[in-house]
Design a protein around this ligand. Sequence first.
Ligand code: F6P
Length: 344
Amino acid sequence: MSKRKRIGILTAGGDCPGLNAAIRGVGKTAIVKYNMKVYGFSDGFLGLINKDYKKLKEKSLSGILTLGGTILGTSRLKPFKKNKDKQESDMPMIIKQTYDEMELDCLVCIGGNGTMKTAYGLSKEGLNVIGLPKTIDNDVWGTDKTFGFDSAMSIATDAIDRLHTTANSHKRIMVIEIMGHHAGWLALYSGVAGGGDVILIPELDYKEEIVHDYLVKRARKKKPYSIVVVAEGIKRPDKKISAAQYIAESIEKATGIETRKTILGYIQRGGSPTPNDRLLASGYGAFAAQLIAEGNYNRMVAKRGNDITSIPLSETAGKLRLVPEDHPVIEKAMGLDVCFGVER
Ligand code: F6P
């Protein structure tokens, strides 16, 4: 009989709904279908450095499918980051020691872009690694979807929906800031789903005058209010001022229309995952266990069209998936007279 495989699981980077569904997906499939031993590391890569882990039994993975956050905890620790004197970090070596001591066959790293980069780095140090892409930003290169995005989109859309009624009552312009430092997927999708009139994302170089003219025209057409959706990472002269505040002040000053701002913040990352995210995270988890059983390592699980597949970690490491300027959702929204702050 072949030796039982031993695997470790960690969650790293910002949390998002669906992490527990993914832990459960990997863990249960590994235990039930492939008879593996499963260990959960605390707080991302820190768990390997501190040797802080626990054995995950099938029973301990029950009842977590719908739970937000991560039962393992997370951290933004970057093991390969050089210290302030530009010296190499010894963390990768410590991680490898723990991995070797525990006789692991594979480390499953659930995270976003930064985590995939670290996972790739560890694979070059000789660890067997599998990456699972999560983030509400949906900006992991090489996959059509990250889990967490659908849940955040639902929350953000609900928030935008609620702004319509209060904006209408007071005849105001409402600016809402949605998460996304580099990628505007969440602002774009929730903005279109929530009927935003203006949507500003980091990928498009907006002009303030275009936004002002558009909002004045709406007011002249007797539209009683307007909703402006901005991604937190949009370009602006001073990043110390929030995107929402910058845009709200600019609009009120230029148009004279009363304008208010809302920053949705961490609410977008909290709570129970949507059914779509539960399915995606469970599917990714089960597929990861299958890759490990096959000995097919150093890959990131990915969604391509309707299929769950995988790509080499070397392909995704260090890359971001941004919204292309000619994305069909932008094109269709422009046809609906949504303003992106750019010439058409
Ligand atoms: O998870 C991604 C993200 O939500 C970004 O959109 C956001 O800017 C960032 O995390 C902030 O997270 P933290 O404060 O935890 O670093």
